[in-house]
Write a protein that binds this ligand. Structure first.
Ligand code: GRF
Length: 213
């Protein structure tokens, strides 16, 4: 399976996918990394791994449609089977999303459907919830919406800053994104309506309670 990763910045999730590929755990090949922002760290990570990169700077396009047409052509020409959004900070139109339906996934730093959008960690702390986490999901036209593939939950500690929580969540993002790609690459995923069914999935049977006492 040929994958492309779309980024706008740091690219630590991209790195987790590259590392999984290197160790043979991804079961997919990342053949393209595309950034809509020039000179970002993620592009450097791709180059270091010997992966082809492309910069499609949205500022050079007249409108969203022409930007997305170029993006679509690039992905189609490269024979991409799966597009992974990894910190890609452009909203995609319904048209692009439906062209890549069930072949387009995203990672979001909250336990969806809670805390869609930005500043998830600040908002989770403010809301006083005891757990947050991250989600890999298929992309649908509405923002941070779509069938959920994998989630990881982490506790929120009483004295957490948003940065503390971001670090705890990010460590799990780096585990669940490669896992989700592998499940898809292995053909174990089926999208049925709003839900994802996973063949032979093993779920933990323990509950987390926070505070523990
Ligand atoms: C991650 O927190 C991801 O969940 C969100 O954007 C951030 C990207 O970080 N969508 P990085 O560029 O992968 O380091």
């Amino acid at each position: 399976m040929k994958a492309a990763v779309l980024i706008s910045g740091r690219g630590s999730n991209l790195q987790s996918l590259i590392d999984a590929q290197k160790s043979g755990d991804l079961h997919a090949e990342i053949v393209k990394v595309v950034s809509n922002v020039p000179d970002v760290q993620g592009l450097q990570r791709a180059e270091e791994a010997g992966i082809e990169t492309a910069v499609l700077d949205h500022k050079n396009f007249e409108d969203r449609e022409s930007f997305e047409d170029a993006l679509h052509a690039l992905l189609a020409d490269a024979g991409i089977d799966l597009v992974c959004l990894a910190g890609f900070m452009r909203i995609l139109t319904d048209n692009f999303v439906s062209r890549w339906r069930d072949r387009l996934i995203n990672i979001h730093p909250s336990l969806l459907p809670a805390f869609k959008g930005l500043h998830t960690h600040e908002r989770a702390i403010e809301a006083g919830v005891r757990f947050s986490g991250c989600t890999v999901h298929f992309v649908r036209p509405a923002m941070d919406d779509g069938p959920i593939i994998v989630q990881a939950a982490v506790p929120i500690h009483a004295d957490d800053t948003p940065d503390d929580l971001a670090k705890r969540v990010l460590a799990e993002e780096h585990k669940i994104y490669p896992l989700a790609v592998r499940l898809i690459a292995d053909g174990r995923i089926r999208v049925a309506g709003d839900r994802v069914a996973i063949e032979n999935a093993v779920s933990p049977d323990t509950a987390l309670i926070n505070p523990a006492n």
